[in-house]
Unconditional design. Structure first.
Length: 69
């Protein structure tokens, strides 16, 4: 069945939603990392990270992984 070239994969339709890579601190002080980001990285519930604070950044380093510079 052909529905025309304007479908989501036809190249001329509107692009899908883009990830913004920005978030806000919630009222309780938590930062939320959305499901789209964790899925993109292949993260699973229970994965553990070391938190490294930089001047204007926060790095999440999986435990047991070498840190990238």
């Amino acid at each position: 069945m052909n529905l025309g070239a304007g479908g989501s994969r036809g190249g001329k339709g509107r692009p899908g939603r883009q990830l913004s890579y920005a978030t806000k601190v919630q009222f309780n002080g938590n930062l939320l990392v959305g499901k789209a980001y964790t899925a993109q990285l292949g993260l699973e519930p229970g994965d553990e990270f070391e938190i490294k604070l930089g001047r204007k950044q926060i790095k999440l380093i999986p435990l047991g992984a070498a840190e990238e510079e």
